[in-house]
Structure formats: structure tokens, C-alpha cells
Design a protein around this ligand. Structure first.
Ligand code: KG4
Length: 336
């Protein structure tokens, strides 16, 4: 079964064709990063306008790059939640129009479910049940994946997500948007042990995270350093911050795995591209003899192949959206 996936939840306009949820036939994306750079973050109105300009071209590219037409497609899967509402509506309405015109089934896909599904595309043997850590710009969850379409939230952030913290910290150091990846890059030449950052604990919620205090602690440290000297150790700050966040994310994730007796661990979402987090998880999982999966870098951040992959399993479980279905800026992964 060949599914056309469409993703427009934030600032990437993406389309892909995936066979039986596992094999990528095409995967196209137009990034808007250069349009948002001047604002230091994603400007929702600009994102919606760019999606309108790009959506037809990107779907065409996805079809052309594998020499397909819509006649070769069996269903359309589209992200409908969570995300920027204006952005989501462009993808959803485009998918609805296509589904109506071509008489193709329409499947709505939760963005976080699709981030987890990115791992199915490169690891044919990976099957639920397993424990997943999803870390992106807006979300930070530990999820028990009991089947392809059943999810239980084990832990989540009480405030910001790790990606948001990476982006704001990067901006405070004068790095351009998108900050997370640039922070990761410059941290390579820094000393990760030079500064110590806190790993906040939440009473009676051992698997929950909090990043807002960690972020503030960083800003205070930076401003104290600026008061003493103009020579700011940017690389050391970046390395120490990346190391602390990777350690914090990993420690809670491994505690949840131990307590819930999971030995298959999966990471996904934009922040799973972070070199410290990948290395730390890999090392700890090897020590404990756990199986560990992470998507390749190109599938960590938003893409449409993961939407088509999850769309396949949603289709098998009976998910069919009607033409009056809506987009939602927020909805739990458990509800879908
Ligand atoms: O999953 P994603 O593409 O979009 C959302 O659904 O949010 O994640 C984007 C987030 C951004 O905050 C970005 O800075 C972060 O992922 N990110 C990284 C890295 N690459 C992307 N954060 C740290 N290190 C990276 N290498």
C-alpha cells in the first residue's frame, strides 16, 4: 500500500511516499529556515504563507522523484495536530482537496506519533511494545508505545521542551536560528565539564522534566560572566549545556525504562539529532544491554515520510478522516 504523507505542522513543507509503512519511495521537503532567521524564531503568519506557496510544488516533487502520479497512490496521510494552527490548516485542507478530487482515503496523523514512526522506516525489525523519548521544539515526552496506535504518556515536561531551551540558549549566545543545531556544532570545540547546570526534579513525578529553570540558570550564568569580562567562553558554555541536557534527558528516560521493564528504547524528534544525546543514550543502552534506536539525522526533524509511515498503521487500525475533520493546535498523543 502506497501512502502520500503531507507535513506542515511548523516551518517545513514536506511530502513523501512510503510503501507499507516501512519503505521510503520519495521524501521531499522545503525548509523555511532562511525566512524565519531574521526573526530569531518561527513567525506563524510567515510560516502559513510559505506553506501555501510551497505545498503544490513539494507534493509534485514527491510524486515526480519516484515517477508516480496520484493514480499510484492508495491513501493520503496528513498531520492534523499538534502544531501551528495556520500551518496545520494548509496541509490538512490541501490533503482534503486531494482526497476528494482523487477519491482517496484520508488519514489524520498526530505529529508525535509520526516522530516515533520515523524509526520504523530504517529499522525493519522494530515493533511495539517499546519505550520512546520524544524531544522536539515544542514537546518533551516519555511514551510507552504498546501497539502501533496505542500510546501512554509516562512523563512530560512541566514547562518548556528541550528544543525550545536549546534554541533560546543558542540565541542568547548570538547563534542564528535554528539554534539547536548551531549550538551542537560549536559545542564540539568546548569543554563540557567547565560549567555545571542543574537537573530539576519534580516532587512525586520522577519521569517529568522542567526546562524553564534550567534556561534561566543559563541566562543568569551568562550575564554574570558578561559582567566580569567581554571574553565569553561560548564553546564551553554550549558544550556544558548540551552535556547537562543530554544527561538529564537520559537519566529520567532510563529510570522509566528500568521501572517499567522496557529493554527496547527509541528516541525521536528534532533534538534526537543532538550529538551529545545520541552518544549518551547509545553508551548507556550498550552498558545495560538494551536495544536502542534513533532515526538518521535527516529523519529526526520534521518530514513527511514519518507521517506516511504512521499513516499506514493508522489506516490498518481503521482511522479514516472525513472532509469536515479539523486541525488542532494541541491534542494528546494518547487521543491521536
Ligand atoms: O521535531 P522538530 O523538527 O520540530 C518540532 O516538531 O518541534 O524539532 C525542532 C527542534 C528545534 O528546537 C531545533 O533547535 C532542535 O529540534 N534541534 C536540535 C538539533 N537539531 C535540531 N537541538 C539540539 N541539537 C541538534 N543537533
Amino acid at each position: 500500500m502506497k501512502i502520500l504523507g503531507i507535513e506542515t505542522s511548523c516551518d517545513e513543507t514536506a511530502a513523501a511516499i512510503v510503501e507499507n509503512g516501512r519503505k521510503i519511495l520519495s521524501c521531499e521537503m522545503i525548509s523555511q529556515a532562511s525566512k524565519h532567521q531574521v526573526f530569531g524564531g518561527v513567525l506563524p503568519e510567515v510560516a502559513s504563507r510559505c506553506h501555501i506557496e510551497n505545498i503544490v510544488g513539494v507534493v509534485n516533487n514527491a510524486l515526480c522523484s519516484c515517477s508516480y502520479s496520484l493514480k499510484n497512490i492508495d491513501a493520503i496521510a496528513v498531520t492534523h495536530t499538534p502544531g501551528l494552527i495556520g500551518s496545520l490548516l494548509i496541509g490538512l485542507n490541501f490533503a482534503k482537496g486531494l482526497s476528494f478530487a482523487e477519491n482517496l482515503p484520508l488519514i489524520t496523523v498526530h505529529h508525535l506519533r509520526s516522530h516515533i514512526a520515523a524509526n520504523y522506516l530504517e529499522n525493519k525489525s522494530l515493533k511495539p511494545p517499546f519505550l520512546a523519548l520524544i524531544v522536539s521544539g515544542g514537546n518533551n515526552h516519555i511514551i510507552e508505545v504498546t501497539s502501533y496506535t496505542n500510546f501512554k504518556i509516562i512523563g512530560k515536561t512541566r514547562d518548556d521542551a528541550a528544543g525550545e531551551a536549546f534554541d533560546k540558549v543558542a540565541r542568547s549566545l548570538g547563534l542564528s536560528y535554528p539554534g539547536g543545531v548551531n549550538l551542537d556544532k560549536i559545542s564540539k570545540s568546548g569543554d563540557r565539564f567547565r560549567f555545571e547546570f542543574p537537573r530539576p526534579e519534580i516532587k512525586n513525578a520522577p519521569y517529568d522534566y522542567s526546562f524553564s529553570g534550567l534556561k534561566t540558570y543559563f541566562f543568569n550564568k551568562l550575564s554574570a560572566l558578561k559582567q566580569k569580562s567581554n571574553d565569553i567562553p561560548v564553546e564551553d558554555l554550549a558544550a556544558s549545556f548540551c552535556y547537562s541536557v543530554a544527561d538529564y534527558l537520559t537519566t529520567k528516560f532510563l529510570k522509566a525504562a528500568h521501572d517499567l521493564k522496557h529493554k527496547i528504547l527509541v528516541v525521536s524528534g528534532g533534538v534526537s539529532a543532538n550529538s551529545y544525546l545520541r552518544a549518551k543514550l547509545k553508551k548507556e543502552c550498550e552498558k545495560l544491554n538494551y536495544k536502542f534506536y534513533a532515526p538518521s539525522l535527516k529523519l529526526c526533524t520534521d518530514n513527511a515520510a514519518m507521517v506516511a509511515a504512521q499513516g499506514y498503521y493508522e489506516f490498518l487500525s481503521g482511522n479514516r478522516a472525513s472532509l469536515d475533520t479539523n486541525a488542532f493546535s494541541n491534542s494528546s498523543i494518547e487521543r491521536g
